[in-house]
Design a protein around this ligand. Structure first.
Ligand code: SAM
Length: 179
């Protein structure tokens, strides 16, 4: 978030047709839960405009990038790397050391896949992290991981330059337009 080193989400893989909403939701979840930037690899780039559009309407800062060379992004990353995978170490066992590195001043790259992830990614990661060791989804694992990383503080985040703002209601919907 704004006063901590950058947290960037790298979304690997994208199956056209099947992954349209998943890739969009990786970006929206990264934005809503405190990451600073998402990088969409290869065909996932097609979802960039939707994420930018939501950021324009509901606020930022949040950046969207695309890449045709995700492994280069991984290998050139100057900081620790977390890869979320059902095969990894339990998040509750490693979250403390990841948080310490991040709060110590190092930008964090968080990698999520779509289908089978190349072995090189497991090798490049400083931590392969499981949110349970059960198969589920990149959106769910990203949400839980970011919430653990930020210890819930991301829920109180303020947004800049929003065109519209949702005003929380016990019942019904209220959205205010901003100038
Ligand atoms: N066998 C794959 C794996 O390595 O987790 C499952 C692919 S799953 C459809 C797509 C993505 O969801 C994975 O690349 C991983 O990032 C994430 N994922 C699924 N289950 C997870 C879990 N239990 N913990 C962390 N990430 C998970």
């Amino acid at each position: 978030m704004q006063d901590t080193p950058e947290v960037v989400v790298l979304r690997l893989g994208h199956r056209p047709g099947r992954d349209e909403r998943m890739t969009t939701h990786v970006g929206l979840t990264a934005r809503a839960l405190g990451a600073d930037r998402v990088i969409l690899a290869q065909e996932g780039a097609s979802r960039a405009d939707t994420i930018v559009d939501i950021t324009d309407r509901f606020g930022g800062p949040f950046a969207v990038e695309t890449t045709d060379e995700p492994m280069a992004r991984l290998n050139n990353w100057d900081g620790p790397i977390v890869h979320l995978t059902m095969y990894g170490l339990p998040v509750q066992e490693v979250e403390g050391e990841i948080r310490d590195r991040h709060r110590g001043g190092e930008p964090l790259l968080v990698v999520v896949g779509a289908e089978k992830v190349a072995w090189d990614v497991y090798d490049a990661a400083d931590w392969n992290v499981g949110v349970t060791n059960q198969p589920h989804s990149e959106v769910a694992s990203l949400a839980v991981f970011l919430d653990r990383l930020f210890e819930g503080t991301e829920l109180d985040r303020e947004w800049d330059d929003a065109e519209r703002e949702v005003v929380p209601q016990a019942e019904g919907k209220r959205v205010e337009e901003r100038e």
